[in-house]
Write a protein that binds this ligand. Sequence first.
Ligand SMILES: Nc1ncnc2c1ncn2[C@@H]1O[C@H](COP(=O)(O)OP(=O)(O)O)[C@@H](O)[C@H]1O
Ligand SMILES: O=P(O)(O)OC[C@H]1O[C@](O)(COP(=O)(O)O)[C@@H](O)[C@@H]1O
Ligand SMILES: [Mg+2]
Length: 527
Amino acid sequence: MEALSRAITAPKLPLPRRTSNGSCFPLARRSLGPSSSRVAKRGRVFACQGQNPEIHFSDPDWKSKYQQEFERRFSIPHITDVFEDAEPIRSTFCLKMRTPVSEEFAGGYPSDEEWHGYINNNDRVLLKVINFSSPTSAGAECIDPNCTWVEQWVHRAGPREKIYFKPEEVKAAIVTCGGLCPGLNDVIRHIVITLEIYGVRKIVGIPFGYRGFSDRSLTEMQLSRKVVQNIHLSGGSLLGVSRGGPEVSEIVDNMEERGINMLFVLGGNGTHAGANAIHNECRKRKLRVAVVGVPKTIDNDILLMDKTFGFDTAVEEAQRAINSAYIEAHSAYHGVGIVKLMGRYSGFIAMHAALASGQVDICLIPEVPFNLHGPHGVLRHLKYLIETKGSAVVCVAEGAGQNYIERTNAKDASGNNVLGDFGVYIQQETKKYFKEIEVPVDVKYIDPTYMIRAIRANASDGILCTVLGQNAVHGAFAGYSGITVGICNTHYVYFPIPEVISHPRAVDPNSRMWHRCLTSTGQPDFV
Ligand SMILES: Nc1ncnc2c1ncn2[C@@H]1O[C@H](COP(=O)(O)OP(=O)(O)O)[C@@H](O)[C@H]1O
Ligand SMILES: O=P(O)(O)OC[C@H]1O[C@](O)(COP(=O)(O)O)[C@@H](O)[C@@H]1O
Ligand SMILES: [Mg+2]
């Protein structure tokens, strides 16, 4: 797997802390490296790595240069970049024709000249929709010190009128990697259904993530509308998931062997790094292959998207654990309920679950440093809560408080750091502290980790999965590769993969959302 990791350009996680917009971070000094640009945010100087290396705000044309560079970065790779003479055909995706697409296309491809349901290749969606009037505005994301409004457009997702694959020549494969996430089956289902509408007959599932490309004992699963009809009714992945796996070259060798020319990859940042490496390898080998990702992570740590599928469901389920902790704490004499939720580097689940439940007194996330001990520490505040309220609920994200736990350098099969269990640690420290100050407390610890991700998607996630799955297929047929689908300001878009995985998206401690969470919990700064 190490070799696979080296194959991509995106740096390995985690990276230095950045703001939630994913690009800027405060500069210690005024000097900038060759690949950074400077922006003002709340009166501080920021650097935007990898963006507009030579941007000079004194240049009267800086804005148009910035936009040109942005357009270049967010252009989505197309099959014609490599196969200049690739000829498109009229789309076989036409919803006006109600009869099923014939297996042999004997009478030619179906078409409906009158249908206006296609996306124009030049359609764009605005990536940022707030025109901040000042760098001091809450959550301001500025490019220049004056916070000038710069339109940033990204590609609109959806079916195109011209397609670059003949359905009868397509062998499509779907693979699900990383940890589970509610909605995986919904996405698989809609990829299969949409492929069939285009007229594809050869659709297979690769079992157990990237591993399924190398382990000869794992055979591909034939997929059809009939097979996937009811899979969304249960959680998990019909295909199975795994971490780790073969090298990129082995994956592409195997794809060639099986004749796969459309690959749909469902996974998080690691999986997408792999998908991008597969796309690049296919290009290197001059293979007419479309590789399209669908971001999957309950951590919600993929950049630039409103949210990833499964996140809402996970938050909803997490609330149940918080509610149980609240009931336990509230019903006990001096009860303290502690809940640990997932979130390796990003505290979105903990923050949103705390906000949604309204029952959390202290929310601890990896992005916001805190002291456990001392006059301004978490434990002192817990004492105050016990004295004043009689009980307290604490919600901690998995990645919080790692500085309190001895590092092991252990890695999982994908190369992710194995974190220490801060939930258990804070539980023990709480007991120890109250024992020392001779205040009796009843501590209840709940770790619902796998329960929040092994369930089926709720209704809103189900719809999100439907749109993402369908758009993934439209993107592949339109001839795009090395892309992923997302929701952006409520519209659906295609992003080039490297732009969404350059580092994990994190909660911005200066964001309105974190401030709302603090308003809700009433917790002080623990520093
Ligand atoms: N940097 C990388 N380059 C290529 N493949 C990777 C990379 N990181 C992880 N992978 C592969 O992607 C798959 C899923 O990665 P993992 O980090 O476990 O989950 P996720 O995709 O949810 O982040 C694994 O098979 C792993 O080997
Ligand atoms: O026990 P597992 O399968 O490694 O999963 C735990 C991990 O799952 C996550 O919730 C999501 O991780 P992925 O997006 O990489 O699947 C992490 O926060 C957590 O560390
Ligand atoms: Mg990950």
